[in-house]
Structure formats: structure tokens, C-alpha cells
Design a binder for this molecule. Sequence first.
Ligand code: F6P
Length: 359
Amino acid sequence: MLRIGMLTSGGDCQALNATMRAVYKSVRHNSKEPVEFYGFEDGYKGLMHGNYHKLTSDDFVRILTVGGTILGTSRVPFKNIRKPDENGNDKVELMKDTYERLALDGLVVLGGNGSLKTANLLSQEGLNVIGLPKTIDNDLWGTDMTFGFQSAVDIATRAIDEIHTTASSHGRVFIIEIMGHKTGWLPLNAGIAGGADIILLPEIPYSMDKIVEVIEKKKTDNTGRFMIIAVAEGAISQEDAKLSKKEYRKQLENYVFPSVSYKLAAEIEERTGREVRVTVPGHTQRGGAPDAYDRVFSSRLGSSAGKMIVDGDYGYMVAYKNREIVKVPLAEIAGKLKLVQPDSEIIQQAKMLGISFGD
Ligand code: F6P
């Protein structure tokens, strides 16, 4: 009997269910011995507290197209993982106990940076772990792409698309704030796809003078009287980049909603006299069905994870490199962020198109 545990951890995204379905199907179709799957509820919380249920074929019917996660998720407990819980228990030991009590042969973790760091820790503690690269942010080291990312790019792009007509009718400057946490993959791709004039990323601190210059120039060069600015939620000005984290948070609190977009809007209005509006698509970017790309991609990732389970090959994250599905040691990726490189080809190409990064 092969006994496999599965959990989804961190912020949800599209294609979590599609990926789990693929793992389940490929193991069931290829294992020579009978298989039992256990789904832990709400991420690592379920593993710590022994909250799980057996997964059967019924659980995987009609979920290829359904967003979210049938297992639930949580952001617990990557922060302070080595600190005892409220009852004084060691969290890692609690997880190991559940794994051993269920006599699992392997654990599949669908997660982003924090979750896979914990997966690596469990792997170093002797558990058989396989990671799958989940996040709309696409910021995981060791893989060119994460599942969820392309679906989120589609949604963020549609949000920008829909702003064009109203921005144009009113001749306004529009700021669309796009998720991505500390990295700019999502705003960069949605910004290009949505025809943004300016894209602001955490990796390229912006100059307010430059932004004002681009806005003024567009007014006079007959390229339209409106302006679309795609702003990463983690974007930062060159001056603010010099502040401590605490000082930065403090000055953001002066704005309607403590986000960089509202600060930027106030500054643009003050310096240009233009009407500025802010749109925040927020968690819609993580919601709804996976797009066709993500359905295929997550099916491939899950299928490869299934093969690794059947072969007893653990300690890796399934990744995508140079258009191939490969495996990367969890130890190699744990705790590393994949950032947009300011001198990368895509940034240079976007600049050639006249897109400004405010630098
Ligand atoms: O990591 C995915 C993500 O959506 C980020 O882009 C965003 O910063 C964060 O999660 C939001 O987290 P929460 O859903 O916990 O507010």
C-alpha cells in the first residue's frame, strides 16, 4: 500500500485543484500497488493538528476548472516555525507525528516561497516531500514559471483593458495596482499585455520627476490624452527605497488606503494638476477558473510529481526550465526569491516600445 498526503499552503490561486487532480490521477494510473491519498485541511495547520480526510476519486471529479482549493489553505506556520505553539509544542514535531501516525510514504506540498521553505525543512527532518510551484507572483526561485501566474496575468490584463475606455473618455490618469508581493512579474506582464504607458516595479525604484515628465510629454505628443500606469503593489520610489521599513510604512499610512498607489495618485495630482483615479483589482487576480495554459501546465507538473511518487523520488520541487518539466532539490530553492532583473531582455524590449519604468 502506497500512502500519500497532500496539502495546499499559502495564498490560494487558480489551478491548485487541477494540479492535485493530476497528481492523484497519475499515481492511481501508474502505481503497481494500491494507493491511499490523505488531504490535510488548511495547509500545514492540518498536518500539525491531524486534521485530514481520505481523498477518493469522487473528490477529483469536475475540479480541473475550479479555482481555489478543495483542501483549504492558510499561511500558517512559516513565520516563527521553530517557536513552540500556544500549548508549548514544537510545530515541526507535531507535523512529523501526524506523518508517522498515518505511516505516509510521501507528502506533496503545493505552495509558494514560505511553504516550500517549510517543505524543505520537513525534508531535512527525514520526511519524503515533493513540492509543486504555486503562486500568482511567479517569484519562486528554480522555476521559470509557477502555476496560477498565467491565469492572474489574464485577469490583471482584463482589468487594465477595461480601464482604457473610461480613462480615454475623461482624459484621466489611471493607476491600476497589481499584485505580486515583493516582485514585479505580474504587473510587468499584465502591463505590457494591457498597453500601459508606465509600469512601476519593486525591482526598479521610480523617480517622481520622471513620471511627471512622461505624463507631460504624452499630453503634447498626440499619443492620447489619457495615461495608464500599472503599479506593482510593492513598487517604491527612489527616495522611499532609502527609508527603513518602519519609516516607509508610517508615511504610507497618510494615504486613504495604505498603499503606494494612493500616495502616487496624490503626488501626480499635486504636481501635474491632472485628475487621477486608482483601481485595485486585488484578490480577483487570484480568483476564478484557471486559464487553458494553467490547466495544461498544472496537469504536466502534477503528472511529473505523480511519476516521482511512483518512483520513490523525493526531496525535490517540480519545476519548469527552458520549456521542460524538471526537478530541482528543495534545498536549492528554499528561501530564495526570483526577481525581475532591471537589465533583462523583456525590460529592454518594453522600453523600446516606449513604456517607461519611471527610472
Ligand atoms: O502571494 C500571492 C499574493 O496574492 C500576493 O500577490 C499578495 O501580496 C498576497 O498574496 C496577498 O495576501 P493575502 O491574501 O494574505 O492578503
